[in-house]
Design a protein around this ligand. Structure first.
Ligand SMILES: NC(=O)c1ccc[n+]([C@@H]2O[C@H](COP(=O)([O-])OP(=O)(O)OC[C@H]3O[C@@H](n4cnc5c(N)ncnc54)[C@H](OP(=O)(O)O)[C@@H]3O)[C@@H](O)[C@H]2O)c1
Length: 263
């Protein structure tokens, strides 16, 4: 078996490779990265490093199981469709994809790209594994006392646990045509999170939050995306706790309290 991971120079992809190496020999792992110079540490461990960009071309030949890590910017649906076509051409036997919780029904704006990508993968007929990742604990650390999340709760998970689950799902059996909703073990509020570090949470309206984020130098579209997530947290979009991450890991996933303590 050959396991191919895209985005291995990214945060999640790097952690997935770390967990893959606990399960399979380095010679069974291939990574596809945009800049191989940044993957020299992986090559030094015996991993085959291929240059590839979803937009301009990727080579997935020889891979049995592919982990397609969603791109972080640009026209993601077009880019992902090109990568999926490359997977079909290469004859991969399974595509795992990092999606978002409730991708097919979620009202959060960023879910649309994931829903379209899941549909494109299903349309190939290739067995899939949808890893619908919840928001990372790390997105909320360090802790901001001012957000547009209201009294909403969110069931975040650590990036490392999500990466380990991806490695387990990629290398294990019985994950064909499965959709996993991957959340942490608790849904916490921003008041509770702030209390952990002796702060008080001050919920503010969405328009004020967007202006504040732009004031910090964020481009308007990035500020809008972050505020959309916060408004959805306030509305309860991310408050469901699912058992799938715990089941895949075979242990309780890291809690937000543990993540705060580590920081
Ligand atoms: N669940 C969450 O809270 C959360 C938060 C942020 C993002 N995400 C999603 O989950 C993904 C993985 O998270 P992360 O923390 O690892 O993000 P990240 O560190 O930004 O990694 C994104 C990876 O995607 C690669 N990439 C971007 N465009 C590409 C393209 N056109 N072709 C090939 N590769 C491309 C990047 O390559 P380079 O290394 O060359 O830049 C990078 O390795 C993100 O891309 C995003 O879709 C989830």
């Amino acid at each position: 078996m050959k396991y191919l991971v895209t985005g291995a120079t990214g945060h999640l992809g790097g952690l997935v490779v770390k967990h893959l190496l606990n399960r399979v020999p380095a010679t069974d792992v291939i990574v596809s990265v945009r800049d191989p110079q940044r993957a020299q540490n992986l090559a030094a461990q015996g991993i085959e490093v291929r240059q590839g960009d979803f937009d301009t071309g990727v080579d997935f030949s020889g891979a049995n199981a592919l982990l397609l890590i969603s791109a972080d910017s640009g026209d993601r649906v077009t880019a992902h469709r090109k990568a999926i076509e490359a997977a079909r051409t290469a004859g991969v036997s399974r595509i795992a994809y990092t999606s978002v919780t409730d991708a097919d029904t979620s009202p959060v704006g960023l879910a649309a790209d994931h829903k379209a990508t899941e549909e494109a993968i299903r349309a190939t007929g290739i067995p899939f594994t949808f890893l619908r990742n919840g928001m990372y604990h790390e997105n909320y650390l360090p802790i901001s006392p001012t957000t547009a999340t209201g009294e909403g709760r969110i069931a975040t998970a650590s990036r490392d646990d999500l990466a380990e689950a991806a490695a387990i799902a990629l290398t294990g059996e019985g994950h064909e045509n499965k959709t996993y909703e991957l959340t942490g073990p608790t849904a916490w509020s921003f008041a509770e999170l702030n209390t952990l570090v002796g702060q008080t949470h001050h919920p503010i309206p969405a328009d004020e939050r967007k202006a504040a984020l732009e004031g910090f130098g964020l481009p308007p579209e990035v500020a809008a995306l972050l505020v959309d997530i916060e408004v959805n947290i306030a509305a309860g979009t991310f408050n469901k706790v699912h058992p799938d991450l715990e089941t895949l890991l075979g242990r309780t996933p890291k809690t937000i309290e543990e993540a705060v303590k580590e920081l």
